[in-house]
Design a protein around this ligand. Structure first.
Ligand SMILES: Nc1ncnc2c1ncn2[C@@H]1O[C@H](COP(=O)(O)OP(=O)(O)OP(=O)(O)O)[C@@H](O)[C@H]1O
Length: 399
């Protein structure tokens, strides 16, 4: 691997995500992966906790503590808190070497404005970085997914995160056409919350909605089910799977008759079939009392129609704008899904079915952006051309 004189062992790549922040340290890999949440004292503004500890407080805070998510839709919504969160994470990974001020590559959505770019650079500098470079999220995702971004062939990546879905066609180290829509995992959670409220008059928190999505959410009937996040669900106090719990480790497969002995209950117990129902705890909006509700996978899929349609539309529109030669490459190679939203059951099947293009889910989709950002740090000279791209006009849309 080409060693760069300009980047050293303490330098880092940061995937500053709406939902999670991941930090990659040169020579060490991903060393930090925590929710992008900060708990703040509402009275004097003191930061009480950051990351996983702060996420625990969402929806449970007494009135003097506020749980803040400093990023919305992939960009900094609360500058001061974002900077304090970054400082905390940089200190946490750099330890007492923080005085040496690392060089940092930060990943940003492809459609952000010049002002938003400056806010990210400023926040990282204030948080202790000596030099800040930016890499666009779909480029980082493609590098992290192992796509040959520098070759003269078209590859298409769809990164479905918490706040944004980034769609890009990449060739010769540059983004040829891209779209960034503010519809992703958070919008799916909001759609579930709205459905449960409208249909059952039950109020649920944002964490509960996310847990429902991960438990029984889907974009298409059938489809690949990654069984991701189930370990977290077993400790959930609000969502309980009703079907037999899948075996530890889950299964990566498309559900269907293949490889089955025909007994759905037995398959679920062995971790082969996705769960179809769960119970949810919330507050009845009429009586104001706690209430238990049963939800099915079919109705959650129905609740997710709008955000899932928006993701599919973004992919379709980007393909429409792709030069024919590159579109041919994509037909051969397939579209690669990254980001946590790639784990929504049936997302790949749905896009493949509607656009008639093969779709693959990257290995370890939640880490692709951080790993790709990290590669830019490791192999700075070789990947220098993908960094600090000027905002494009006309080809990246922010909707
Ligand atoms: N198994 C799963 N099924 C469905 N959604 C999932 C699953 N696992 C994670 N997610 C969702 O993925 C999203 C987080 O993905 P990711 O960490 O890639 O986003 P991010 O990088 O923080 O966000 P952004 O790219 O918008 O800044 C969350 O909305 C989360 O609920």
């Amino acid at each position: 691997m080409a060693q760069s004189k300009s980047f050293t062992g303490r330098d880092m790549g940061i995937d500053l995500g709406t939902a999670n922040t991941l930090v990659y340290v040169r020579g060490r890999g991903v060393v930090l992966n925590e929710p992008s949440v900060v708990a703040v004292d509402a009275v004097d503004g003191t930061v009480l906790s950051v990351g996983a500890e702060a996420k625990e407080t969402i929806g449970r805070t007494p009135s003097n503590i506020v749980a803040v998510r400093p990023l919305r839709d992939g960009v900094i919504a609360d500058f001061e808190i974002a900077e304090r969160m970054l400082r905390h994470f940089i200190r946490k990974v750099a330890g007492n070497r923080v005085l040496s001020r690392p060089r940092v590559v930060v990943c940003v959505p492809s459609g952000i404005t010049g002002v938003e770019r400056r806010a990210v650079i400023e926040a990282a500098s204030q948080a202790g970085a000596r030099q800040v470079h930016l890499v666009e999220e779909p480029m980082a995702a493609a590098i992290g997914a192992g796509l040959p971004v520098s070759e003269p062939t078209g590859c298409m990546v769809v990164d479905i995160g918490g706040g944004t879905t980034e769609v890009a066609v990449i060739s010769l180290g540059g983004i040829v056409t891209a779209r960034s829509v503010r519809t992703a995992g958070d919008a799916m959670d909001a759609a579930i919350t709205a459905y449960v409220k409208k249909r059952y008059a039950l109020a649920i928190g944002e964490r509960t909605a996310e847990e429902i999505k991960m438990a029984i959410g889907s974009a298409a009937p059938g489809g690949t089910w990654a069984a991701a996040g189930l370990d977290r669900l077993t400790s959930s106090r609000h969502v309980t799977l009703l079907d037999p719990a899948p075996a530890a480790g889950g299964a990566d497969r498309s559900d269907g008759p293949d490889g089955a002995d025909g007994d759905p209950d037995a398959e679920r117990t062995q971790g082969l079939l996705p769960p179809e129902r769960c119970t949810v705890r919330g507050r009845d909006q009429v009586s104001g009392l706690p209430k238990l509700l049963e939800l099915t996978a079919d109705e959650v899929r129905h609740a997710l129609t709008e955000p899932v349609d928006a993701v599919v539309a973004a992919v379709r529109e980007t393909l429409d704008e792709t030069p024919p030669e590159l579109a041919g490459d994509i037909m051969d190679r397939g579209i690669v899904l990254t980001g946590g939203g790639a784990l929504l059951r049936g997302m790949d099947t749905r896009i493949a079915r509607e656009l008639d293009v093969p779709v693959l889910i990257a290995d370890d989709p939640l880490n692709c952006v951080a790993v790709g950002t990290g590669r830019c740090v490791e192999d700075f000279s070789a990947l220098r051309t993908v960094l600090d791209a000027k905002p494009r006009t006309g080809i990246a849309a922010r909707m």
